[in-house]
Design a binder for this molecule. Sequence first.
Ligand SMILES: [Zn+2]
Length: 189
Amino acid sequence: MSQYESNLPIPKSFFNSETKEPFTTCMMCNESLADKQYMVEKAIKNYPALGTQEIIFEYAMCLSCAGKMHLELSEESRERIEAYMKEHLQNRVQEQNSNPDFDFQQSLSQCIVAKTDVSHSAEYSIYAMCNGSDMTINGFPYALSGEIQDEIMQLLSAKSLEILDDFIGNHFSGPPEVREILRKRPVLI
Ligand SMILES: [Zn+2]
């Protein structure tokens, strides 16, 4: 897939909403992200009656930490997640390559798996893969609706969920409310 990779400066939609700048540290190991590959997730809640939305949580995690977290899963859970993500991200990479006008901003308004408009979901997340101050375009960035996130969680065994819970409990240094959310929804790469 790497021959199709391209980079863009990180767009504002993936900035730290407090500093209005790109994230600078990994939320797990607290190390600088300046020369690292890392992912950013922003979870958003829609308030259709008000016509507004709110960021529920956001974080950046270096790939080294995300990889460690992933390895905590049972082999069976890992295989199921990998197969699921590969199936859906593969389509996306092909779609990107066959469309010279591919617009990542627009693609973030649609769940990559369900193809539904994320503004119709109660909650959804957007994900980006970054490298230092660049955003990598290759499958990422994408959006997942809350419904699909729940579906992905069903792929994990009870044992895997327990182990992840311990892992997050031992390593996560961010705010407690984010920690609670992560316990229910691990990072997927
Ligand atoms: Zn880290």
